[in-house]
Design a protein around this ligand. Sequence first.
Ligand code: HPA
Ligand code: ZN
Length: 318
Amino acid sequence: MPNLNEVIRNTPKAELHIHVEGSLEPEMMFDLARRNGVSLPYGDVDEVRRAYSFRNLQEFLDLYYEGMSVLRTEDDFFALADAYLRRAAADNVVHVEMFFDPQAHTARGVSLRALMDGLERASDCSRERGVSVSLILCFLRHLTETEAFETLEAAEPCRDRLLGVGLDSSEVGHPPSKFARVFEAARDMGLRLVAHAGEEGPPEYVWEALDILGVERIDHGNRALEDDALVARLREDRIPLTVCPLSNLELRVVDDLAAHPIKRMLDLGLLATVNSDDPAYFGGYINENFRRVAEAVDLSTDDIQTLARNSFTASFAA
Ligand code: HPA
Ligand code: ZN
C-alpha cells in the first residue's frame, strides 16, 4: 500500500488556478530587479520571505503587485512561466490553465505583446516536454469596466492564443456584476469564462458569477458553503471549484488547515480541485497543497484520486 505522499507524487493532475505572477520566487525577483534596474524595498531574499505574512487578501495583493514590477521584457515573462511550468511538471502536473494579469503590466508601460510572447514561448517549450498549457487572461476587478474593455480589445489580435478570461484581485466591493458586459463580449469572442468568487466575498458574488457572468468554473468558492441553495446549484450543474488550501490559510480564509472545507466539499458532492494559486507567496506548489491539506483534514487515497480526477473533469481540455 503506497503512502499518501507517494500517491500525491505519482498521480497525474491538472492545475487550473495558478497566477503565473504568483510563482515569482524571491530569487528571480532579485535577479530581474538587478537586470532591469528596478529597486526593491528589501535587502535580500530572506527579508522578502519574512515580509510574506498576510492578514487578508489585500495585504497579499499589495506585495504581489510590488513584486511583479520587476517583470519588464519578453524574456522576463518567459523565465517566469518556464520556471513555473518546470516546477509543476516535477509535481506530475500534465495540464495547466494559467492565469495572467495583463493590466498589472500594461499599467507600467510593458507591452501586451512582450507579455504574451514570453508566456506563449514558455508554453510551447512545456508542450514539447509533454505538459499542455492554456492561457486565461484575468481582469483586475478593482479597476473599471472601461479598463477591462480596453484590455479585452487590446488582446483581440491575440485571441487565438487565449483559452478564456477570468476575474481576480480585490473582491469585496467589486461584485462580478460590475463586469457583466465585458464577460458578454468575451463570450461572443468564443472565450471560456471563469471568475474568482466567494474567497472573501459573500455567496451572492458566486450567484452573480454564475447567473450574470455565466462562468463555467468558480475560483475558490469557499463561502458558497454558507448557502445551501447555492451548494445544490453547484452540485447539480457540476460547476467546478478551484480550491487553494495554502492560499486560504495564508490569507486567513480559514483559521487553520484542520478547518479547511475541502473534505466537506467532496462529501457534499461538489467538483472540487486542489491548486496552488500563488505558490511563491503561500509556501508551496500543488503537491505541497495536497500534502498539507491531506494531513490536516485526513484525506484518504480515494479522496486524493478523486481530487486529481476532478482536475481533468473541471479542465477545459476535458
Ligand atoms: N484572489 C484574488 N486575486 C488574486 C489572487 C487571489 O487569490 N491571487 C492573485 N490574484
Ligand atoms: Zn487566485
